[in-house]
Design a protein around this ligand. Structure first.
Ligand code: GTP
Ligand code: MG
Length: 196
């Protein structure tokens, strides 16, 4: 049987990081944004999707991504890596600054996203901050997909229970179990990126 060709990432390039209006954000190419708590693995998910180790900068310390970072995929659309929210241990001034950037880009600017990937930690599930952001995304009528990252940390015995809990918390939104580290869910998420 001949399989219909599956979409793949053939090129990925870091374009720029911005903290305010910029012509690159307005060049007509679609945006797919990644949002989630600090350290949940947003930048790592980008690297797994483009099959590169360090295209997006990652760190074991929260607060690594500080700008709206644009990655041009297949010369046709942007993956938009955002700073994380909700990490209590960064200094308050720094945290507010990051929150401002996230809220500006997602909720207060004129930019539109074809899709918003809400990245959560599959082991931890939805935190209060995650729920607040999800509500905000719903209120702004974003096209939302939940990526439950770090499934590699979950023990087999509780995997299904965890996934059911997450699904219950997010209602009708589709959830993709994912591991940027172990490359679980990459094909499924890639297909979502290329949906019309
Ligand atoms: P900020 O930019 O600070 O908001 O963080 P981020 O969400 O971009 O997270 P980042 O990709 O920098 O990853 C944070 C940490 O989580 C790093 O130490 C990663 O190696 C680790 N990590 C990311 N994805 C996975 C995963 O699927 N499984 C496991 N076990 N660890 C992961
Ligand atoms: Mg990051």
């Amino acid at each position: 049987m001949i399989r219909a060709s599956v979409p793949t990432v053939t090129s990925a390039k870091f374009v720029k990081g911005v903290v305010g209006d910029d012509e690159a954000l307005d060049d007509g190419k679609a945006h797919i944004a990644l949002i989630g708590r600090s350290n949940v693995g947003k930048s790592s998910v980008i690297n797994s999707l483009v099959k590169q180790k360090n295209l997006a900068k990652t760190s074991s310390f929260p607060g690594r991504t500080k700008e709206v970072n644009l990655f041009l995929i297949n010369k046709s659309f942007y993956l938009v890596d955002l700073p994380g929210y909700g990490y209590a241990k960064t200094d308050e001034g720094g945290r507010d600054k990051l929150k401002k950037i996230i809220f500006w880009y997602l909720f207060n600017s004129h930019y539109r996203q074809k899709l918003v990937l809400l990245i959560i930690d599959a082991e931890i599930g939805l935190t209060a901050n995650d729920k607040e952001i999800l509500r905000g995304l719903e209120e702004h009528q974003k096209n939302i997909l939940i990526v439950a990252n770090k499934v590699d940390k979950i023990k087999n015995a509780v995997y299904l229970k965890k996934m059911r809990e997450i699904q219950k918390m997010v209602g009708d939104h589709k959830v993709i179990p994912y591991s940027a580290e172990k490359k679980i869910g990459v094909t499924e998420l890639t297909e979502e990126l290329f949906k019309k």
